[in-house]
Design a protein around this ligand. Structure first.
Ligand SMILES: [Zn+2]
Length: 445
């Protein structure tokens, strides 16, 4: 069971991001604060009453807040399209507009993974997917985001079936990328996949520059106090490590260094006061928009995307003292590669004529059975990522990717491989970035 300290640490660290996500769903400032508080209290109650349903608390909180926000969001499109508090910054407006042009789920995936830098598992919990499915959604969304922001045509991969999730992980670097040596080697030798990884990297870097609109200071403190008293009332306290006194002074000691650093940044920006724009401790400037001061925290380092060295244009004249330089320059010449084909310029929504289905045959058998997987009602042209999840741990024991045909159908095979050979029900998950489905294969051992 989660302790009060664990839940409160998550709430403190992510309160401003949840607030930002809620505002971008169209909640006005007052409604957004209410949604943040209510969803945080719901998290506390769920952690106390039915902890088995919580799983990843951060992902759970975002999911709850987004659901609440959708139910109360009015028609305040002030923030979603970059108006209001962000209107002074052309680049923020362009980022917001590009995000707004994507389907809601893609937008959420990009915000959570790239702008807020949540772990893939938390993104998955928030979207109702596992980490693998979430990364696949993020990968496809990045590829759609780039042309929405910079113009040009979407990257289309046609040489072979591509596991966009695996390429997305490569673009993020780190341990997950290093572990997947097979994909890394392939990317080094495949121009098409190399382009996909480059595009993912670029999208992630751009999205990391999104300004996060923080809770107003006064409401933030009062809200955290109320959530804390609720958590202390219903959740167990953490076991003191050495002495209670020391523990109370340093409650963050149990958490990772990065969380501590993040908390520090948030604490610093909260201390600066309302109406400040700060950049990861790099200074601040007053920001008043529409007569309403808003505390703004951004997770972005200084970012310049000029394609060649040297300035490509004068800095924005209206914000000469801005500590952040955020320059988005469209690529002058999108060089076509042999594997890139031109897609229709208009983003037509997928026309699904059949209900979404995922069928497997056979549906039971011994470990390593070759299973035929048929899908209908999927997004035409999209790549479906399939995974056979291990009985223990839920990691993919085997995976496959297949492209959906023009009728929204696909057929492929997947090996029912569990590394421990455990019998019993195993999940087969599938996702194309828009849709997802799960089937159950019963391993007979
Ligand atoms: Zn390739």
């Amino acid at each position: 069971m989660l302790t009060a300290e664990e839940v409160l640490a998550a709430v403190r660290v992510h309160a401003d991001r949840v607030h930002d996500a809620v505002r971008r769903l169209g909640c006005d400032p007052q409604a957004a604060v209410e949604v943040v508080e209510q969803s945080a209290k719901d998290l506390v109650d769920a952690a106390a009453g039915s902890p088995e349903t919580v799983g990843d608390p951060v992902g759970w909180w975002f999911a709850r807040a987004r659901a609440l926000a959708r139910s109360v969001a009015g028609h305040d499109d002030d923030l979603p399209v970059g108006g209001g508090v962000l209107s002074a910054d052309d680049n923020q407006t362009r980022l917001a507009q590009a995000l707004e042009s994507l389907p809601e789920r893609d937008r959420a995936a990009l915000l959570l993974r790239d702008s807020y830098d949540l772990p893939a598992a938390a993104v998955g919990t928030s979207l109702g997917l596992d980490a693998v499915g979430a990364t696949t959604v993020v990968g496809h969304a990045r590829l759609a985001f780039l042309p929405a922001l910079l113009g040009g045509t979407p990257l289309v991969i046609s040489t072979h079936a591509v596991d966009v999730g695996a390429l997305a992980r490569q673009s993020e670097g780190g341990q997950a990328a290093a572990r997947d040596a097979t994909t890394r080697r392939h990317v080094q030798n495949c121009d098409g996949c190399g382009d996909v990884v480059d595009a993912q990297e670029r999208a992630r870097r751009l999205l990391s520059g999104l300004t996060v609109v923080a809770l107003p200071d006064a409401e933030r403190e009062a809200l955290l106090t109320r959530v804390e008293s609720r958590a202390r009332a219903v959740l167990p306290a953490a076991e003191p490590l050495v002495e209670l006194e020391e523990w109370e002074q340093e409650p963050e000691r149990r958490y990772s260094l990065s969380l501590m650093a993040l908390g520090l940044v948030l604490a610093i920006s909260a201390g600066i006061g309302g109406g400040l724009l700060s950049s990861r401790g790099k200074g601040a400037e007053p920001l008043a928009a529409g007569g309403r001061a808003a505390a703004v925290v951004t997770g972005a380092p200084v970012l310049s995307l000029a394609p060649r060295p040297g300035p490509t244009g004068p800095p924005t004249p209206t914000t000469p003292t801005t500590p952040r330089v955020f320059l988005i320059t469209p690529s002058p010449t999108p060089t076509p590669t042999p594997t890139a084909t031109v897609a229709p310029a208009t983003a037509t929504p997928p026309s699904v004529t059949e209900p979404l289905s995922l069928e497997i045959n056979p549906s039971s058998g011994p470990n390593d059975t070759e299973v035929t997987v048929n899908g209908r009602g999927w997004t035409p042209g999209a790549f479906v990522q399939l995974a056979y999840l291990e009985r223990v741990g839920g990691n993919p024991g085997s995976s496959a990717a297949v492209q959906v045909d023009s009728l929204g159908r696909f057929t492929t095979t997947l090996t029912a491989h569990d590394s421990r050979g455990l019998p019993g029900p195993h999940s087969i998950t599938s996702g194309d970035g828009t849709n997802s489905a799960t089937a159950t294969f019963n391993a007979t051992g």
